[in-house]
Design a protein around this ligand. Sequence first.
Ligand code: JHZ
Length: 392
Amino acid sequence: MKKFLDLGLQPLANSYILKKNLKLKEKKFRLVVGFETKNFLVSILNTVSKEKMFNKDYPYKSSESKTMRSSFAKLAKKLKAKFKPKFSIEIGSNDGTFIKNFDKDKVVGVEPCKNLALITKRKKYKIYSNFWNIDLAKKITRKRKADLIYSANTLSHIKNFNEIFKAIKYALSNRGILVLEDPSLLECLKKTAYDQFYCEHLYVFSTISLKKILKKFDLEIFDVENISTHGGSNRYFIKKKQNKIYNVKRKVKNEINKELKYGLNNFSTFKKFAKKVRVSKIRLLDIFKKVKTQNKKIIGYGATAKSCTVLNYCGINNKDIDYFYDTTSYKVNKYLPGSKIKIKKYRKLRKNDVDYVFLGAWNFKDEIFKKEKKFINQGGKFISHVPYPRII
Ligand code: JHZ
């Protein structure tokens, strides 16, 4: 593992602080990112235990954005029509935004965060509130194997590949497919979106790295789609090697060629990226300084896990940003880890209240700009650090 990026001491991204705990010392870890030359895998070096990150108070809910709700609904419709799964499993079902598009007797969810599992259980879906592993795979598929396993923004959060993919292979029926969706390393590098790295994102996958990992389990990618969610993700369609129902599409080779052309197999590419990250920090701080000297008020929009990395890496705190707006009830009235910026219940932006808005949820820029059209028309401005620090 060769290190290429040091994002400094970071708190746990989704550990929003209660007011009464503001004075307590936060647990921090050094966020260092490295490249494994053998597998071309990019991952963070110091990891935090899964139980610390994914617990009964997990704050992130997929249903908070219209973009995700409609992306999941559209995908569910497509998967049902194309693959006709009799039984499906979702690994990391969050608050049920995806599985609610399936019949209750044809799907189960796996969600270790008990508060989220409960939301879906209340809607009468079968949810296993455990971490995905081989024992659970055996339990779930005792009577029937899965024709579809879906997992979005979850496998990049799990450390033990051996257990994970073995369990997936075990749980899949002979015609079964695995559909994975995670942020794309290529997009992350192209956009200098270094905030894709935080405690939960152990990996940011490339197609070339995933292909190598899957090979060890006799699994292979037969199709890939570039999708816009979470700042640019890849959706992989994966099957057992012996499954000959689906041919490997040309698109897979094209994606691999695109990544090789960009140099995702070369350490020097990541050294260059790290340099761009350092420049991005300087430019973002310049913008904040400029705006602050004009006595303008800055607030944040979308108290994302990603924001944690940016704010703590750049040393931006509650002196620079008055507060954040977020629609998630679990986050409201708490404080962002490290930077200790208060999170307030979302209100539509008004130019009378605020001049500049730091876009923590830059991945939902289109959705947010649509919602805040009035503020923009009134001359309100946004600050974004992706793909490069700028005022919009
Ligand atoms: P969003 C989380 O990351 C954590 P985060 C996790 N590790 C992961 O991989 C991704 O999700 C999938 C709010 N919001 O999706 C809602 C508004 O307030 O970028 C959310 O708190 N108003 C599992 O946290 C946040 O922004 C809005 O109009 O980086 C978005 O978080 C919209 C659209 C969102 O993920």
